[in-house]
Design a protein around this ligand. Structure first.
Ligand SMILES: CC(C)(COP(=O)(O)OP(=O)(O)OC[C@H]1O[C@@H](n2cnc3c(N)ncnc32)[C@H](O)[C@@H]1OP(=O)(O)O)[C@@H](O)C(=O)NCCC(=O)NCCS
Length: 167
């Protein structure tokens, strides 16, 4: 799967040799970091929703997602298959060109193909760019977790229905 988007960007599934590039992007864009073995385990267990964005042969963005099971947070409480957006980031110089949107759109298509009923994520309450991106993609704020992050910041939990919502 390779998806070409304007201005020479492409979205494709990640490979093990991309992990160093993903770790670099994560280190310069987000305060939440993970061990190499965590990235590898997500890639091996959820290869279709671990995506990278490339520009001129270099990785400039990624989406790391995992299929989980749990309660849907909206509507009648029921146990569902969920697509969890664990982490998404684009290098600063490549932002506002639609790369984040295409990474997320591609991941949502994969979650849907795999039978997920909802997608969800946690986001810092101060992270306006990301919250705007998620709202634009149809996510709604469904919960707030006090002190979720290690520095004490709260998180919004956002959820999107994949059954009724066309992407
Ligand atoms: C969030 C992030 C992935 C968005 O990536 P991107 O490639 O710039 O996103 P897009 O160009 O597809 O933008 C999609 C929408 O997001 C919103 N958005 C993106 N950047 C924004 C900004 N700086 N301010 C306000 N809204 C913004 C807008 O609604 C935008 O649509 P528009 O351009 O039509 O107005 C990027 O800002 C990023 O890597 N941030 C740091 C890492 C991060 O916070 N990840 C999320 C963790 S939960």
């Amino acid at each position: 799967m390779v998806l070409l988007i304007p201005e020479g960007y492409l979205i494709r599934k990640a490979k093990e040799e991309d992990i160093d590039g993903v770790i670099y992007i994560n280190s310069v864009t987000l305060p939440e970091h993970y061990t190499t073995s965590f990235y590898t385990s997500i890639l091996l267990s959820n290869p279709d929703t671990f995506l990278v964005a490339e520009h001129e042969g270099r990785i400039i963005g990624y989406h790391m997602g995992r299929i989980e099971y749990g309660l849907a947070l909206r509507g009648f409480p029921k146990f569902v298959k969920k697509g969890h957006v664990i982490s998404i980031a684009v290098l600063k110089e490549h932002r506002r060109k639609g790369v984040g949107t295409m990474l997320l759109k591609t991941a949502l298509e994969e979650f849907t193909k795999k039978g997920c009923e909802v997608s969800f994520l946690e986001v810092r309450v101060s992270n306006e760019p990301a919250i705007n991106l998620y709202k634009k993609m149809g996510y709604e704020i469904v919960d707030k977790i006090t002190g979720y992050y290690s520095d004490g910041e709260d998180a919004f939990v956002m959820e999107k229905n994949l059954e009724t919502n066309l992407i």
